[in-house]
Design a protein around this ligand. Sequence first.
Ligand code: PEP
Ligand code: MG
Length: 890
Amino acid sequence: MTNWVYSFGGGKAEGSARDRDKLGGKGANLAEMARLGLPVPPGFTVATDVCRHFYANANALPDGLEREVTQALETLERQTGREFGGAGKPLLVSVRSGSRESMPGMLDTVLNLGLNDKSVEALAKASGDATFAYDSYRRFIQMYAGVVLGLDHSVFEDIIDSVKQESGATRDGELTADHWRTVIDGYKAAVIDELDEEFPQDATEQLWGAIRAVLKSWMNPRALTFRALHNIPEGWGTAVTVQSMVFGNRGEGSATGVVFTRDPASGEDCLYGEFLPNAQGEDIVAGLRTPHPLSKAQASSGDAVSMEDAMPVTFQELKDVAKRLENHYREMQDIEFTIEAGKLWLLQTRDGKRSARAAIRIAVSMAEKGLISKTEALRRIDPASLEQLLHPAISPDVERIVIGRGLPASPGAATGEIVFTSEEAVEAHGAGRKTILVRPETSPEDIHGMHASEGILTIHGGTTSHAAVVARGMGKPCISGAGAVRINAEKGTMLAGGRTLHAGEVITIDGTKGEVLLGALPMVQPELSGDFGKLMEWADGIRRMKVRANAETPEDALTAREFGAEGLGLCRTERMFNDDEKLRAVREFILADGGAARDGALADMQAMQEADFLELFEIMRGMPVTIRLFDPPLHEFLPRPGREMEHAAEAMGIDVERIRQRAEELHEINPMLGNRGVRLAICYPEVIEMQARAIFEAVMKAGEKTGKKVVPEIMVPLVAYERELKFIKDRIDVIAKAVMEKWGTEIQYLVGTMIELPRAAIRADKIAESADFFSFGTNDLTQSTFGISRDDAGLYLNEYLRKGVIDRDPFITIDVEGVGEFVQMAAERGQRTRPDITLGICGEHGGDPASIHFCETVGLHYVSCSPYRVPVARLAAAQATLANGTDERA
Ligand code: PEP
Ligand code: MG
């Protein structure tokens, strides 16, 4: 019985696409393709259980594995009619990793395994091409020595370079079998030099070395970083797929390539990809040779010959296979293929990585064609990825000084300082500076730098090179293959468009067009209609929760409406005092000794607030607007000691000593736990009375101006005692009555509270007696539940994340077991007192997809988040409804 090893090939397979967990994505899909009767080189997959066993047992392999591998090899020999390590017709294999989720380039691979001093001669004879055979052998030694024996590849490059120099060759392709023999002798000697042992000649020994190396690569630093960034659990492990080799480097009529069944940047329904004649797959991935386009349509812009032109029959075959696979998986595929002497072989298929824009276009078009349902289309889009579509692109009507061109590898535009190394990118990011990472090509070692930069520009490589694939996954703009740009790493300069640019100078890259531009350019908002609009419409038709935005400026409110917000869930009134004149009024209020000066300052503040509220009400046209009364401690409005304080004193015509003294009186050791929120309102009720008056006056005026009735929702922050809320509500009611009398009209309004302290959650039933609504302030609720400072926690939470003490930052994704428990408790208790109480969330979690799922399960009525997150929240809320089974149509 098979425990560890699963064979595939010849129209049959043990396992199928459903077995990703066991066989990894690659192994599962190879099995599936074999079952479909597609041309897959036969092989077998060592299951992920082996990897788990390996790490649980101090790198020991499980009993029985050796026997199963031997049997699978025998089957493979029978299927191919070749002999592993034999001197007749040698069987060569590739040994590849395969995780459940693809981790491009992170794990190790060995190709051409099975070659040795004897089998290489046999290969030369069987293929009739000695150059090919010896080139394959030297590739194998080089790869095996790097991956399995741990030798630095520069040793080998020096050897090739010296042979090239002696022979006068400039390219690898000019070297003959004899040259390669010399190179191989050099390689083998280098192995002895470095390791004091011979390069292994026994194919079985080679195979076990490679299997172990692939298993070990699961824990290499690149893989660890990648998994941390993509939330891939360590416990998944990698499978190891051993597959008979086919060769794309057997001269004319041979090639290797990658094809996407749709354009991964735009999502257009057309074959898209690259191929390299007479090459092995690694040549494309490494980005060292610039590949040719696949189709005529792709080739139209350049002078390279497409595969469609060069190999029309195989191209058609590939096209048919691609369509078949896409229809079978009902998903865009990314397929690796090799053509050996005119015969097409498929080496891998997987769901293709794509830009957010392409993902939407593909999902919408598949749903419209009936290939998938609309709900499936909604499920397929990662809500967080929508944010990249909402970010600005270069303004169309500005002058662009193009200093370089390359392939449009990942869409969007970004501006930043030039950096030439990933380390510099990380350092600049830490200092809050934006960068563009400029590299000859990227490798998995650059993942940190790519993450830290705004965009990536590479000199080599195609649209499926490492830089392109990773940047698309990260949603960052990328240009690859900008061949005319020259980097001088030593001097820290690059030559582009006839200019020498130094590290630190600013450029802009347009990843949609593939243009490198001089300087920083103005950006514009993206188009939100078309497929994006359709998807949002479908989401809106499904979701149960409403989506509001946190906004207090007219610009943010307008953006929020544009992005589909259904109201404002949090208007932080203290942020409305950001400009100098407004700040001055607040400072006058704080510094006044009482009497007329204080009243005057309050009157000024009221006029300012009223004008601001009126503008917001006008923009929101009758939608709910939640206005939160003053929250932060007063001293935050005073200037900082030193120059700032002196300037302020001068501007206000008062003595600087007066400000200093007042600042001292207001000083608190722990201001976040201090006199803020409702406490401030109780100490200075005149402030919230002023705010209430401004709100009601603005309501009346907005109603008159727009003809739309405004029902303001007045929200009290940081309530803990039920009597605090009652105290404030009574005052608001008095002001409301006065304004109504003045205008001779009724005003409808709601008074509610934030639930952002544990006591409030516990006493929610009592608090609900004075509250029309609760809005969960999960920023403060997280801070107060954990007793950690939201402003400083980053320092140690990162350490917690790194050391696996926590899986998620609780300020980003709600801590369901702790903070979530308070939310649930307060929701239930509040509803017990007041079944029709409105429940919402306005902490940062309101825009986080995982937290939105939690809000759905608690039954909140709305989430409120920053304007740019509104579309994210609309989609996440729809997915939450679907996941929670709250939608009957699903
Ligand atoms: C909160 O605490 O979650 C909240 C929304 O209020 P603020 O962030 O303004 O304290
Ligand atoms: Mg708060």
